[in-house]
Design a binder for this molecule. Structure first.
Ligand SMILES: NC(=O)c1ccc[n+]([C@@H]2O[C@H](COP(=O)([O-])OP(=O)(O)OC[C@H]3O[C@@H](n4cnc5c(N)ncnc54)[C@H](OP(=O)(O)O)[C@@H]3O)[C@@H](O)[C@H]2O)c1
Length: 251
């Protein structure tokens, strides 16, 4: 989508073969970047930014993955690594992107954090994901405030379910030994299989970039991305929590 819009793109993956399109395109640069390696990710980002002339026009922080495990059963170090990858390493790269935007006279650029509707409707048995994304959205809000009237815009992009490889790459705990945990996983699988194609998210992001304003952008099926956030603002917390438990068919 970005290339179709005329952007020159520095796109990342942990395995560069994932980015080989077989098509020679001088406006696409493949960058190996792994958020599990904070120092390496910073180096890769800084090199790409230098190659782009010192600053990107738009930086989209899209990388993310899930972990499906009860909080008490989770290995504490793995739990912290996951939050670190989703939030802390991403924050390091956002800082580098902001430094790039600020070197321009006048400063300009757009930072996008791909967060999740899980910030508003936490996903059961995915506490590290919920915490990482909630932190990322809080960072977006902080930066929206700090970047007011600077020419830098910050978009907190919150997808609902989209039919991607997300659940296939998710680390699912081997300790799913209760029926309700297995049922829950089936609900998550069913939701993703019956969700919109990710091209819709790309279109929503393009529209947000074209508006050129900082803010929260929700994207997804009508119920998840429009109706549920509206209803959630109108009902008490307890009812909201009970509705979420019903939605996920908990216990
Ligand atoms: N699909 C949904 O329903 C949904 C809903 C809400 C939010 N989101 C968010 O949308 C974003 C994209 O997810 P997706 O649905 O497109 O899932 P996906 O198909 O699994 O893609 C995940 C992306 O994150 C990258 N990634 C994962 N772990 C990484 C790491 N340690 N270091 C660097 N890159 C890493 C992957 O790169 P590789 O090529 O290296 O694997 C891939 O590009 C994520 O932030 C996700 O949390 C998705």
């Amino acid at each position: 989508m970005l290339r179709a819009e005329g952007f020159e793109v520095w796109g990342t993956a942990r395995d560069l073969s994932r980015l080989e399109t077989g098509v020679e395109d001088r406006r696409f640069h493949a960058v190996r970047l792994d958020l599990a390696d904070p120092a390496g990710a910073e180096t890769a980002f800084a090199e790409a930014q230098r190659a782009a002339g010192g600053a990107f026009d738009v930086c989209i922080q899209n990388a993310g993955a899930g972990e499906f495990v009860g909080f008490a059963d989770a290995d504490p170090a793995a739990w912290e690594r996951h939050v670190g990858m989703l939030l802390l390493t991403t924050a390091r790269l956002s800082r580098l992107a902001l430094h790039g935007f600020q070197t321009r006279r006048p400063a300009r650029g757009t930072l996008v954090h791909v967060s999740s509707l899980a910030v508003e409707f936490p996903l059961p048995l995915m506490s590290s994901y919920n915490v990482g994304k909630a932190g990322l959205s809080a960072l977006s809000e902080s930066l929206m405030f700090e970047c007011q009237e600077t020419g830098v815009t910050v978009i907190d992009f919150r997808p609902g379910d989209y039919r991607t490889a997300f659940n296939q790459t998710m680390h699912v705990s081997a300790t799913l030994d209760h029926d309700w945990q297995r049922r829950l996983w089936q609900v998550l699988e069913h939701n993703l299989e019956n969700s919109p194609e990710p091209e819709r998210a790309a279109r929503d992001l393009r529209a947000a970039l074209q508006r050129g304003r900082s803010g929260v952008v929700r994207s997804g099926a009508f119920f998840q991305a429009r109706l549920a956030p509206l209803l959630a603002r109108l009902v008490p917390q307890g009812l909201r929590r009970a509705s979420l438990a019903w939605y996920f068919g908990a216990r």
